[in-house]
Design a protein around this ligand. Structure first.
Ligand SMILES: [Mg+2]
Length: 381
């Protein structure tokens, strides 16, 4: 039988999304706490910024105080991307001065390979978390009440990279398409949209889009509305005349009549205004849709659904990461979950609450993967 669990079961409300506002309302909002954290601005830093680690360390320390726990002395981090998770881990270890160890996992259909460098342990099996724990202990880690454990959510604890991560990507693509279709109504051309999205959602256009899905969605909307053509945009980018999405938005802003004729003026003005305020997730309608598309893919398949279908259709919890998290929790470690998703992609609006929707972290889903509980070191109490 497949069982279910939610992030709340593991972390309570100690879940931190992109804007660095903990869901636990005993912790202050980032906008109220940034000065206390020693940061210069209420605009939340990105995961790779040193300031992000500074904020995370502050939130860990405040969480520890609230729980009346002993001082934190070491760090364990579990994630799926060397750049983002490895970078955030390295920054956090440098900022705190604690010894620390980081697991970067994925499931790949190739021979088992494990690499270790500077406290970063990379493996192509999620089950290698068992060896990781043994390795961390052999390095002298106490793994107890003084250990802060940060677990990445997207494609780590949920939708394991290499196994189930396509579900999160599909939820997002469906959300972009539905948002653009909703904004354009009868003018929407699905094939045209998909052609534009396939081009813009690539690393080649990261310079223009800032690798930001809100911006990809915005530009797709404008091209779908024929306010510019893909060919013209490509030529502008290739020639170096267009390097920043803000310039593209300014070009749109200079055509209020055409925007109004397409019924997009108010939406453009809202998004453009938020961009100018420094909001990194300015396309709110898209992110709200992403929330719906994500939670509607959690825990929704029946118990007897075939595994192959579950891996494609359901955003599942990763058994191996869950086993390790439960093991660390049983030893008294302080567990915190971290995600790059913005609030709008994780919390229901009041009308969705009325229809029974729960925050993403309280939405239960099925657990899939290989149980490694029996491979973990025996607990000594
Ligand atoms: Mg991730």
């Amino acid at each position: 039988m497949t069982t279910t669990s939610s992030l709340f079961d593991l972390f309570g409300d100690l879940v931190i999304y992109r804007n660095l506002d903990a869901l636990d309302d005993r912790l202050p909002r980032f906008a109220e706490a940034y000065a206390d954290m020693g940061l210069p601005s209420p605009i939340p830093p990105r995961k790779l910024d040193a300031a992000y680690a500074q904020a995370l360390a502050w939130l860990l320390e405040r969480s520890r105080e609230l729980a009346g726990r002993p001082p934190l002395t070491e760090l364990v981090y579990i994630g799926d991307t060397m750049l983002n998770d490895g970078g955030a881990f390295t920054n956090l270890r440098a900022h705190t001065g604690w010894p620390g160890w980081c697991f970067i996992g994925a499931e790949k259909d190739e021979e088992l390979a494990v690499a270790e460098r500077n406290g970063l342990y990379q493996a192509n099996r999620w089950a290698a978390l068992a060896e990781f724990l043994g390795w961390v202990q052999s390095q002298g880690a106490a793994l107890g009440a003084g250990t802060a454990v940060i677990i990445d959510i997207d494609k780590t604890l949920l939708a394991a990279r290499g196994r189930n991560d396509g579900t999160l990507d599909r939820a997002r693509v469906v959300a972009v398409e539905a948002t653009v279709a909703g904004a354009l109504g009868a003018q929407f051309d699905r094939d045209g949209f998909r052609r534009v999205y396939a081009v813009l959602n690539t690393t080649r256009y990261h310079g223009l889009t800032g690798d930001n899905q809100d911006i990809v969605a915005y530009i797709c909307l404008m091209l779908s509305a024929e306010l510019d053509t893909l060919e013209h945009l490509q030529a502008e980018v290739a020639s170096g005349r267009l390097v920043d999405f803000r310039d593209f938005m300014a070009q749109m802003d200079a055509q209020p009549g055409r925007l109004a004729a397409k019924g997009l003026l108010a939406l453009h003005q809202e998004i453009y205004g938020l961009v100018r305020e420094g909001d990194q997730t300015p396309f709110k309608a898209f992110r709200r849709r992403e929330y719906v598309e994500t939670v509607s893919r959690m825990g929704h398949l029946p118990e007897h659904a075939p595994l192959a279908q579950r891996l494609v259709d359901e955003v599942c919890m990763t058994q191996e990461v869950l086993d390790v998290a439960l093991w660390l929790k049983a030893r008294g470690c302080l567990l915190l979950a971290s995600s790059d998703k913005p609030d709008e992609a994780t919390m229901p609006t009041p009308d969705l609450v009325a229809r029974g929707y729960q925050p993403l972290h309280r939405t239960a889903t099925h657990i899939v993967g290989q149980s490694i509980a029996d491979l973990l070191p025996a607990q000594e109490f």
